[in-house]
Design a binder for this molecule. Structure first.
Ligand code: C5P
Length: 212
C-alpha cells in the first residue's frame, strides 16, 4: 500500500507522514531530502545551479550518506533545492529511486509513505491513498520561523515569509511536475488544526482506503 502526501513547504506533511509510517509500520521517504542532497552537494562542490548536466550527474550519483548530511535544512540549501528541483533532468534522475522505494519498501515493510510535491501526480499516480496537506502562507511561515529560531535565534520572520513565497511560486509554476493536488487527493488544510487532529483525520482517510 502506497500513501502519497504532497503539499507546500511547512504545511505539516513531514510530521504527518512520519507519524503515519510509524503507526502503520510502513517505510517512510521524505523525497525533499533528495533535492536537498543534490543542492547541498552542488553548493559544497562549487557546481553552478544553472549547470543542468552537472546537477543531473550529481542526482544520479547520490549516495545514502548524502541524505544524512547535517546541513540539509540550512536556508541556503532550501533555496538551492527549490532551484535544482525545477530542472527536468534532475527530477528524471530521481524518479526510479522514489518509485522503487514505493513499490518495494525497504525492510520488507507492508507499505510506504512518501511525502513531497509530486508523489500523487507524477511519482506514484497509482497510489491507493493521496493526501494534499496545505495551510495559509502566514501559518506556514510562522511554523518554519519558529523551527529555524531554535537553531538560529536571529532568524527573521519577514525573510522566512518571503523565501517561502518564492519557493511556493517556483514549485507551482515550474514546467515539470508543478505542485498541485492530484485530482483524486483528499485536501487537508492544517491552518487551524493541531498535529494530533491532522493525524486523526489522515488516519481515518487511510483506513477507509485500505484494502480488505
Ligand atoms: O519538502 P522540502 O521542503 O524538504 O523540499 C525541498 C525542495 O525540493 C522543495 O522546495 C521543492 O522545490 C523540492 N521538492 C520537489 N518535489 C518533491 C519534493 C521536494 O520539487 N517531491
Amino acid at each position: 500500500m502506497i500513501i502519497a502526501i504532497d503539499g507546500p513547504a511547512a504545511a505539516g506533511k513531514g510530521t504527518l507522514a512520519r507519524r503515519l509510517a510509524a503507526h502503520l509500520d510502513f517505510a517512510y521517504l521524505d523525497s525533499g531530502l533528495l533535492y536537498r542532497a543534490v543542492a547541498a552537494r552542488a553548493l559544497g562542490e562549487g557546481v553552478s545551479l544553472d549547470d543542468d548536466q552537472a546537477l543531473e550527474a550529481l542526482a544520479e550519483a547520490l549516495r545514502p550518506a548524502d541524505l544524512e548530511r547535517p546541513d540539509l535544512r540550512a536556508p541556503a540549501v532550501s533555496e538551492a533545492a527549490s532551484r535544482v528541483a525545477a530542472l527536468t533532468p534532475v527530477r528524471q534522475a530521481l524518479v526510479d529511486f522514489q518509485r522503487s522505494f514505493a513499490d518495494s519498501p525497504p525492510g520488507g515493510k507492508g507499505g510506504a509513505v512518501l511525502d513531497g510535491r509530486d508523489i500523487g501526480t507524477v511519482i506514484c499516480p497509482y497510489a491507493i491513498c493521496k493526501l494534499y496537506i496545505t495551510a495559509t502562507r502566514e501559518v506556514r511561515a510562522k511554523r518554519r520561523w519558529l523551527e529555524l529560531r531554535e537553531r538560529d535565534p536571529a532568524a527573521i520572520y519577514d525573510r522566512v515569509f518571503n523565501d517561502l513565497v518564492v519557493r511556493d511560486e517556483r514549485d507551482e509554476t515550474r514546467k515539470d511536475a508543478p505542485l498541485k493536488p492530484a485530482a483524486d487527493a483528499v485536501i487537508i488544510d492544517t491552518s487551524a488544526l493541531t498535529a494530533d487532529a491532522v493525524f486523526a483525520q489522515a488516519l481515518a482517510i487511510v483506513e477507509a482506503a485500505r484494502p480488505g
